[in-house]
Design a protein around this ligand. Structure first.
Ligand SMILES: [Zn+2]
Length: 200
């Protein structure tokens, strides 16, 4: 007997190919097609980072659930303006140490899933160059490596790109990515994320 797929949020029965049951899908707080501006970058996110949306983000981060990325990509693509969807997608990088530990970068998984839907190219051109840790408790060698969250360009970039991440919070990481891209002449930068934290 085949076990029916279970909802990543409530553990109830979900339709095949859907990571959430109908009830949890309905409980997601949808944000609409208007972008917000975080640290000077326009960010489109289809849902608020809460409830079932947060459970999906955690499922992708900690359980390696690629079907979750496909469902996220469907919502991102449905909510983003059409002119953004053709542009090359640049995943927000994970620190190399975290990426090794996790085996993948969840932002890259989401970008690949969006790219499969929209036929946009994925350009994995950014790397984190600072420490993986926060400033507090960093070793001297790590402090010398640069500020936590520093980002540099590791490959050539197209002139117009769209940053992709799972969650937008303050926008500080997106801004660090945008600075690295702008330093090499990438002029037009927007961001697509699956979720956005609210109440700031
Ligand atoms: Zn559910």
């Amino acid at each position: 007997m085949l076990v029916p797929p279970l909802c990543w949020s409530c553990g109830g029965i979900a339709r095949r190919g859907e990571p959430l049951c109908a009830g949890c899908r309905g409980r997601m707080h949808r944000l609409g097609p208007e972008p917000v501006v975080l640290c000077g970058i326009r960010v489109w996110a289809p849902v608020a980072y809460a409830g079932p949306a947060r459970d999906l983000v955690r499922a992708l981060k900690f359980s390696g659930a690629t079907r979750v990325a496909d469902a996220m990509a469907a919502q991102i693509a449905a909510n983003a303006p059409a002119e953004l969807l053709g542009a090359p997608l640049v995943p927000v990088p994970l620190h190399p140490r975290r990426r090794r530990a996790r085996g993948y970068n969840q932002a890259g998984t989401i970008a690949a899933a969006v790219g499969r839907r929209t036929e946009a190219q994925v350009v994995d051109c950014l790397v984190r160059s600072g420490s993986a840790a926060t400033q507090v408790g960093r070793h001297r060698a790590e402090r010398r490596a640069g500020p936590a969250g520093a980002v540099r360009l590791a490959a050539n970039t197209p002139a117009r790109v769209v940053l992709v991440d799972d969650v937008a919070t303050t926008g500080a990481t997106l801004a660090a990515c945008a600075r690295a891209l702008a330093a090499r002449g990438c002029g037009e930068i927007a961001a697509l994320t699956f979720a956005r934290t609210m109440g700031r």
